[in-house]
Design a protein around this ligand. Structure first.
Ligand code: SF4
Length: 384
């Protein structure tokens, strides 16, 4: 299909999405060595590893997207990337070396840290990885993060974290907060503050992928959680808390009359490349999802066309068009839109069955509850 970039679908898409992504996610393998109870990945038991030729095709695509001065983030995010072993992983990294050394891209990896060894630390240092570790809190709050036999993984994660610390490799943390942890923000934060990470992001558990049976936290629980996170952050020194950082940035731009900077930010289409080169847009969680109504969310395969080409065709994909409708409805209808800017495509699909919808539990607990926590805290302080 020939695409005209000035056509109506392209203009509509261009009002919301950046022309070039800031982040590309790559799944080097579908396999994960853990069996976390809340995992959304359908194929995590299958040992499908990316071939170097597929990585080379991704690198070729990136060459057309990455510019000097705005390095693109290439996020290796599984399955569990470290299950590949250092030799196989090095072969996948080789095609990106010219781009990396020219300062046009950075590598990131999100890992459960259970497989970190001195050899992995060498690799992470050599390729200047930004490392993210997934851990949900101290042992008592990390109970949903287990290995394939259902055994607690806490000690193994901490061994990996210890190695990163010994080697002076900086890392961030992502903690999934489910019903087990939502009532314990102080324990969670006290623990995270001892880990030596530079930042932490709290992913309140989501209903997505194959994780459909568990009950996620409610908005009330989340509001209380964020209120206590805010209180903790005011009285403790600790890592940057991603969600508080985001809302602080919004408020400081609003206060200094620069809110246009916030309003004009375009969304990242976040191309996600699976182990076999298939690409989905908008949400990495859609990568493992079959649905003939949306042609399995595929934008193409990197071995057949470039990511830039797929992005030019994106305005014509059904699920992208539906998501744009959802965003337009959010803008017209939601009192939280100003801060939120319309959250995740994947959550709309998994929770509501259509991307043209608006509210999800995800946006209630991660965006609305955060704003409400801040606003009720501010009101209480005014009264006091
Ligand atoms: S809070 Fe939910 S409904 Fe409101 S703008 Fe964000 S995603 Fe849309």
């Amino acid at each position: 299909m020939t695409q005209r970039c000035g056509s109506r679908p392209h203009r509509r898409y261009g009002r919301w999405f950046a022309r070039k992504p800031q982040t590309v996610v790559v799944q080097p393998t579908s396999f994960c060595n853990m069996g976390c109870f809340y995992c959304y990945l359908r194929d995590k038991g299958l040992k499908n590893d990316m071939l170097p030729a597929t990585a080379a095709a991704v690198a070729e695509s990136l060459a057309g997207l990455a510019s000097i001065g705005h390095p693109l983030g290439l996020v290796w995010h599984g399955g569990e990337p470290l299950t590949l072993g250092t030799e196989k992983f090095s072969a996948l990294l080789a095609p990106f070396e010219t781009l990396r050394q020219d300062g046009r891209m950075h590598h990131y990896v999100q890992t459960n840290a259970t497989l970190v060894t001195p050899a992995w630390c060498d690799l992470l240092e050599e390729f200047e990885f930004r490392v993210g570790v997934s851990i949900d809190g101290p042992a008592a709050l990390n109970t949903q993060r287990v290995d394939l036999r259902g055994r607690p993984a806490f000690e193994r994660i901490m061994r990996g974290v210890g190695l990163l610390r010994e080697r002076g490799i900086p890392f961030s943390v992502i903690a999934v907060v489910g019903r087990e942890g939502i009532g314990h923000p102080e324990e969670l934060l006290d623990f995270v503050a001892t880990l030596g990470c530079h930042s932490v992001g709290f992913n309140i558990e989501e209903t997505e992928g194959v994780n459909t049976e568990r009950r996620p936290p409610t908005r009330d629980q989340a509001e209380e959680f964020w209120r206590r996170v805010l209180a903790w952050s005011r009285s403790h020194r600790g890592p940057v808390i991603r969600e508080l950082e985001r809302i602080s940035e919004y408020l400081s731009l609003a206060r200094s009359g620069q809110k246009d900077d916030w309003d004009n930010r375009l969304l990242d289409p976040i191309p996600t490349v699976t182990w076999n080169g298939d690409v989905v847009l908008l949400s990495p969680e859609l990568a493992d999802t079959s649905d003939s109504a949306y042609a399995d969310f595929l934008a193409g395969n990197v071995r057949e066309k470039t990511i830039a080409h797929m992005l030019r065709e994106a305005p014509h994909l059904r699920y992208v068009r539906e998501f744009l409708t959802g965003l337009e409805r959010c803008q017209a209808e939601c009192e939280f839109f100003d801060f939120c800017r319309g959250a995740q495509a994947g959550n709309r699909y998994f929770e509501n069955g259509s991307l043209a919808t608006t509210e999800t539990n995800y946006c209630r607990v991660s965006r609305q509850a955060l704003v409400m926590a801040l606003s009720t805290t501010a009101k209480k302080e005014q009264i006091a």
